[in-house]
Design a protein around this ligand. Sequence first.
Ligand code: ZN
Length: 489
Amino acid sequence: MKEGWEAVIGMEIHAQLATETKIFCGCRAEFGGEPNSNTCPVCLGLPGALPVLNERVVDLGARAALSLGLEIQETSIFSRKNYFYPDLPKGYQISQYDKPFSANGMLTIMTAERDEHGHAMEWKPMKIHIQRMHLEEDAGKNVHEGLPETDRYSYIDLNRAGTPLGEIVTSPDFRTSWQAYDYVNHIRRALQWVGASDADMEKGNLRCEANVSVRRIGETAFNNKVELKNLNSVRFMQKAIEYEIERQIAAHESGEGVSQETRLWDEKNNQTRVMRSKEDAHDYRYFPEPDLQPLKVDSEFIERVKKEMPELPEAMRERFVEVFGLSYADASNLVSDKSLAEFYETVARLSLNPKLSANWTLGEFLRELNNSGKTAAESLLTAEDLAELIKTVESGTINNNQAKEVMIEMFATGKPAAEVISEKGFEQISDSSAIEKIVDDVIASNEANVSAYRGGNEKLFGFFVGQVMKASGGKANPKVVNELLRQKL
Ligand SMILES: [Zn+2]
């Protein structure tokens, strides 16, 4: 950022809550599907149809709120947000306004600035104030692509109309695009972790908007802000914010100024462009939804939801450091994904070697996962089998390089360690009677060398080891070979 300037950024995230059905009717809330197939009089907004709140939305909303450190309000009120748009058949969206479901959260995230290659420099904790998370229904979709005569027509798909959302709004606490980037990733992981949302930006079940303005350092008033939309990935969002910061600084410095407007990220040209100006700003005329009771929750409900929630990533990271003796960095990497953390924990408990388990999980195993685009939960190689492999390495039956080769095969086929080891012929002969026979043969057929060794030429010991290994096809356990040769020579 140009010296003397700072950015002021606030974030709004819409997360689709992972329910089976919509928020106010029994229609399925799934991604894809024949257009307009998941609809009914309620989500089509037909006259006389009455909304009924889906209890599961409240459960998942509470999980989301608790995972983000928000306070759940005893009473929240659904309101009608009025505006006209083709994808909103009722002419209003049921949302929450002055009495949201949850409010006043203080969230600690880890954030780092990046160098010119995009590599994180020093990770530091940062506190973010989340003003609120309210519950609402989604609108439908206007479709402008892949259908006939889209230059003349817009198409409407109402499958999404009425799917449940949590809208998470922060104070303007961010000063750089990377802080916003790290925040969105934190939210994604937290929501996925507790099962509140799939939080997949590509499928559109997590959408973010950034409010961006800039000011000279030392100023306390805010300048006009720009709302950035159409941010289809966290990386695009970061780029859009970065572009917008530079654009606004230049506009202020040239005296041209910044208008309050909504801008889109234009992927092709790597720039933001105007979507609508303030003149088009809506007056939503919110009023309480007369067809829904105020939503009341008690402490018993909150206690139950807390009990059903999995251990949160921060707590898990601390436990990995304390109980398993891992470094902070290893523990952080493991809890970057819930299924990876759970996988690791099973490996560590079964192999009884937490450190070696962390090395294998974060090394060979994670590399295979990344190469295949799979999550730990989708891996054919199970935690039980990896633990077995680690024990085999520790026992000395196979060496480290062989074990890596074995693991790659296990990952590809889902076969257990023992099967792959015997297929590859890596199995070592540790049975001393079998090795003893080879040792005896070698000694019997090398009389001259035996006398020389016994006469003091100790260098010949290596020769005998080599002969035994050769006779066993490289499979004899070297430790046993050494012991037997020392005995017999
Ligand atoms: Zn419906």
